[in-house]
Design a protein around this ligand. Sequence first.
Ligand code: ZN
Length: 525
Amino acid sequence: MIAPSDIPCESSTLSSVAQRLHRLWAEIHDLATVGDLLDWDEETQLPDGAHAARGRVSGTVAALRHRKLLDPELADILDACADSDDEDDELGGGSVLAAQVREARREVERAARVPETLVKAISETRTLATQAWRRARKENDFPLLAPHLERLVELKREEARAIARPAETDDGGGGSRPYDALLDVFEPGATEAALTPLFADLRERLVPLVQAVRECGLEVDESPARGRFPADRQESFGRQLATAIGFRFDRGRLDLSTHPFCMGLHPTDVRLTWRYQEDDFRPAVFGVLHETGHGLYEQGLPLDWEGTPVGTHASLGIHESQSRLWENHVGRSRGFWRWALPLFRTAFPDAGAVDLDGLWRALHTVRPSFIRVEADEATYNLHILVRFELERALFAGDLEVADLPAAWDDRYQVLLGIRPPDPARGVLQDIHWPQALFGYFPTYTLGNLAAAQLYEAAEETLGDLEPAFARGELQPLLEWLRERIHRHGARYPAPELIKRATGKPLAADALMAHLRRNAAEVYGI
Ligand code: ZN
């Protein structure tokens, strides 16, 4: 049985200064949890007419948390912790307290550098931009969004400049670029300088692979994935798979929502959502496997550090590596379906004769398409590279919002070989930018790269995993992830965590090997 540690915080081993930090941080953390719970409620339960009223409540909770981050007592405690020689290193190597201080300071400094007037302006503009985006997407009309997005980009540039470290005050070498300040929110420590060559390497290898698939002209038969799949049966099948890979429903739940997500309120309270399509089982099943991967990470975070700065995920890229690993490397494998197919046939007796090989092919099609969230495993990353390049240009001042639609379409032409026919299937498809989430997209590809590298490393330790999957044995892989990733929380920065877990820095090799293997088998290239 896999379960996060039940050992409570052994406060007697912590110095009093660390205890004071934990106490103060727990309040900051709890206010964030309240905000998350309100968000979950908004996505799954809230009546349509109540959104405006809820906005004020969420704003109050966020403001209270912001105030607590700027509490002078917290600053004093962090200084005292930094001077403390407390050696709380039960996991070996480095001091946990130093990591607590590093993570806390990151948030405190960010909160201190951005003036409250700017925070408020961004929040208000984001609300307007999101409303405008819904209308613009529906009416296929970018100019409806443009003025709001222009204002938002302007404000985010201001925020990025406020946070970015100028070169002269930095003792660790070189300053940071404005875009780094945006990346750092989601992927602590990530920089444009580090991501650019990594993503360029991926681009150089992935574009020709996708092009070769296009040119081979082979169309994969996707009928094994299509049919009639009643929603209630999809739900029970999804729950069955989530349980089998280790998700504990006594510490979590699954609800319907428009956009699937996972929200970890506590390792004992992890909430997943899903959606379905009645004529294709893939959105529900792979959506549930994806969110369960996130959920397993949340359930496996160290309980003894819960409510402390390192008691959380290392980064969004690491989070996404957990969801992609279970969704793509486990959930789309032959071994997994050797085990799951009989359960599938029981759940959907009307689905017709589905054979393992035909199904496996239908799960590994490669086809350039316009919409990111519907993209296959290979082309998905090209959608992200488009957005990464555009964000870099926007925040370097090389691109203005008015030129965004044309720049978007041009990049789709170059990277995916297709040109969006209209803005709704182009620049207007994602909610991220209207919600001021600049710097978020790269974490999806970082997650895909890390998932492949972790899976490869797990097989180096555990041997070929698919024969075990075929017997329904999914626990050894989860235990491996608990040991290498989950139990460390945010103790190590993401690049270090990956290096410790896999023995090498994050690279595109494992993902490309995985995609090439599948393309060779499905398309014979
Ligand atoms: Zn995800």
